[in-house]
Design a protein around this ligand. Structure first.
Ligand code: ADP
Ligand code: ZN
Ligand code: ZN
Length: 729
């Protein structure tokens, strides 16, 4: 029998954290706010969902369950952010319940109250105030932290975000030099003040700051400035205006190591509350930081990509630093691009958005060329630094020693003798990327990935860099039993030891994922590199991002040839960015610098263009090519991926998806094709590419197709996903 709607009962639609597109209907005594959390029965569980509003056409034939509780009086997000989230679920065709969950701190996802708890401050004791700092000479971490706590008391999350050590904190507490004190959170409105004098801007910087100052509400600015041109100074001065008006600034930075550095620069300039959202926060700290942002108690909010979902009551500006960086794209689950969402959020919030990079993405460059973004170019390095000289080194048929050619070794020698620093860049960690039998050619291979194991010499391990599996180094060939096993190719570990042999009097510092696993060690390494304790620096991609090494006068890229012939259409763009970013590490202070590129293909068009004409010329030709082939940003792409232990099952799933797309001239469906790495961790991986001329058409098609896929038997057992505007193939 149909249920009678009792006069005061309303039916509401709820988004639940399940991988399905539909919303669920529940009964409620009175209508909760849209965007408020509700607790509801689901099967025999209780779930936390989000109220999406009244169910305008409740199905009279089904019996709805009542909700168990309403957890919030109002929307968890601000109005503009809520609109962005709803839009994003549709644009990326991702189940709305999962999108909304993704945008909440863990404690709110679990149903905790959206309120502060008493927070604990760490303060110096009387003894901590008077003790000689020198008495802690043997414990530099404790010394540094105590000095900081004398200046002001800190929350645990401040201690973590400024990269002080928690064990040092514990030690100071044990010595009664520091005490934990409970405070009610201080919710005073902050007052704006500037701590350090701003620099005198050069004309290009001044024009940029003036243009932003004259901002019409929702303009996006592309701050396209060569490395060292002073983009950060432009951000700081543009922010000053916003902060002075009592509005907040949200800053997105790439994930690696940059955050403490950025934080320090901001803190030095502005005397306002800054919160940092990063992976080392506890759930409680993250919620407190989130509340600070939402309620406007934090003036500056800094975080990596997911910080784009932080509500800010009085947002005045969004900054995306290194806007070309791939870490802004979420690669699993809800696959969004934080830069693209930042631009849209700017529209919703009616605030300016600054996108900064020395090597803007082709998407952003195109938007600047089409005048959708205001294009602010900084072409000169700030201060005295000169542009580095570029050298292509043809290594065809040259003998290589751990990847180093003789001419390069000579160049390194010359710089070292001048007391300069040299940075060598090799994007492959480990000792050798393969272990080979010298007698019969057998390769030690990860069977789950069909890929060679990387040899790590220091711990005698073979490691698969694709699935993480590892085993001890064999002493005998698996096929012929020979003991002549040799490493083939060069990784950073081998480069480091070869350099130590070649230049015994010059210490080498290696910075890669293996040497920076311990918390705080990346920061420590970067500081050591900057202080020029190490004349020789060896690193992977990690070293390419926004670090400032004033004494480096020679940068060399040892091997980038792989990118010249990659099947990924973005490989050229990435190489262009990498080359330009790495080159930017050379000659930043008063000394001129050089950049050496070793290659077997010195005449390759891409290399010639980059080296002779620079990133922007290269980018313009790449854009022309993309237009001809209707690749992004001209064509609009969506990528379905499927993988399974059975290749056939993954293929069948994608074929079933393909059948749902109509045949029309303005839609191309390609595939299923094998992924660039066809087998990984024991699973076969395929993909299906959907390309449309127009974004609106793509959204319309996906909106139509996706909900139908839930029913397909072919999709039941395989793992599959949709990636709208994919970055990786
Ligand atoms: P980018 O972010 O563009 O790589 P930074 O903002 O880090 O560049 O600036 C590079 C260096 O130049 C920094 O040491 C900075 O203090 C300095 N700098 C920036 N602007 C100026 C200026 N107007 N006058 C003098 N030095 C500047
Ligand atoms: Zn063999
Ligand atoms: Zn593997």
């Amino acid at each position: 029998m149909p249920t009678q709607l009792n006069a005061s009962t309303v039916a509401i639609r709820v988004a639940l954290p399940v991988p399905l597109f539909r919303l669920y209907s529940y009964d409620c005594d009175s209508l909760p706010a849209v965007g408020a959390r509700v607790r509801v029965p689901f099967g025999n569980r209780q779930l936390i969902g989000i109220c999406m509003g009244k169910d305008e056409s409740p199905d009279p034939t089904i019996k709805r369950k009542p909700i168990s509780a309403v957890l919030d009086e109002s929307n968890c997000w601000t109005e503009p952010l809520w609109r962005l989230l709803v839009w994003a679920a549709d644009y990326y065709q991702h189940p709305p319940g999962e999108v909304l969950q993704h945008a909440l701190p863990a404690l709110l996802r679990q149903g905790d109250a959206a309120g502060y708890q008493t927070t604990v401050h760490y303060e110096v004791t009387d003894e901590g105030r008077t003790v000689e700092l020198d008495s802690l000479k043997r414990a530099p971490q404790q010394q540094r932290l105590l000095a900081a706590l004398r200046r002001q008391s800190l929350l645990r999350r401040d201690i973590v975000s400024e990269d002080y050590s928690l064990s040092a904190l514990k030690a100071l507490q044990d010595k009664d030099l520091v005490a934990a004190v409970e405070h009610q959170p201080d919710l005073q409105q902050w007052q704006f003040s500037i701590d350090a004098e701003p620099l005198t801007l050069n004309p290009e910087q001044a024009m940029a700051v003036a243009a932003i100052g004259a901002a019409k509400q929702a303009q996006t600015y592309l701050i396209d400035g060569v490395t060292g041109s002073g983009k950060t100074e432009v951000y700081l001065q543009a922010m000053a205006d916003v902060l002075r008006r009592g509005r907040q600034v949200l800053v997105l930075v790439p994930e690696i190591g940059l955050t403490p550095q950025t934080l320090r620069r901001f803190k030095k300039r502005f005397n306002v509350p800054i919160v940092m959202l990063h992976s080392a926060l506890t759930d409680r700290e993250r919620l407190d930081a989130w509340l600070d942002a939402k309620q406007g108690h934090a003036a500056i909010v800094i975080g990596t990509r997911s910080a784009i979902f932080t509500p800010c009551q009085r947002l005045g500006m969004i900054i995306v630093d290194e806007e070309h960086d791939n870490s802004l794209k979420q690669q699993e689950g809800f696959r969004y691009h934080a830069r693209d969402l930042a631009v849209l959020r700017g529209h919703e919030e009616q605030v300016p958005v600054l996108l900064g990079s020395a090597t803007p993405s082709l998407e952003s460059l195109n938007n600047a060329m089409q005048k959708r973004y205001a294009w602010l170019r900084l072409t000169k390095r700030a201060g005295n630094a000169k542009k580095a000289q570029h050298v292509i080194l043809d290594i065809k048929s040259l003998p290589l020693k751990a990847g180093l050619s003789q001419p390069l070794i000579k160049l390194i020698q010359a710089e070292l003798e001048q007391q300069n620093q040299v940075l060598l860049f090799l994007n492959r960690r480990g000792y050798a990327p393969a272990l080979l039998c010298h007698e019969c050619g057998w390769l030690a291979t990860c069977e789950r990935c069909d890929a060679p194991y990387t040899l790590h010499q220091h711990n005698r391990l073979l490691q698969c860099h694709h699935c993480g599996s590892q085993q001890r180094v064999q002493t005998q060939c698996h096929d012929c039993g020979s003991t002549q096993l040799v490493g083939r190719g060069v990784g950073t570990e081998q480069l480091e030891s070869t350099l130590a042999e070649l230049f015994p009097e010059y210490p080498v510092l290696r910075i890669d994922r293996d040497t920076t696993r311990r918390k705080g060690s990346l920061q420590q390494h970067l500081e050591d590199a900057r202080d020029s304790k190490y004349p020789l620096l060896v690193g992977t991609q990690m070293l390419a991002k926004g670090h400032h090494f004033p004494n480096v006068t020679l940068v060399a890229l040892l091997d980038v040839d792989g990118a010249l012939f990659s099947a990924d259409f973005r490989a050229a763009e990435r190489l262009g960015q990498l080359f330009t970013q790495v080159a930017g590490r050379s000659g930043r202070a008063s000394k001129p610098g050089a950049v050496v590129l070793q290659t077997h293909h010195p005449d390759h068009e891409l290399i010639q263009d980059l080296v002779n004409n620079g990133y922007h010329h290269f980018a313009a030709s790449a854009l022309t090519e993309r237009e001809l082939t209707q690749l992004p940003p001209y064509g609009q792409m969506a990528l379905f991926r499927a993988d399974d232990t059975q290749a056939d099952a993954a293929l069948a799933a994608l074929q079933a998806i393909a059948r749902h797309f109509p045949e029309r001239d303005d839609v191309t469906v390609l595939g299923p094709l094998p992924a660039i790495m066809e087998k990984r961790a024991g699973r076969y991986r395929y993909q299906l590419i959907v390309q449309c001329h127009q974004r609106a058409l793509r959204t319309q098609l996906l909106r139509h197709v996706l909900p139908q896929l839930e029913q397909l038997p072919e999709l039941r057992r395989v793992r599959w996903s949709l990636d709208v505007d994919p970055q990786d193939f």
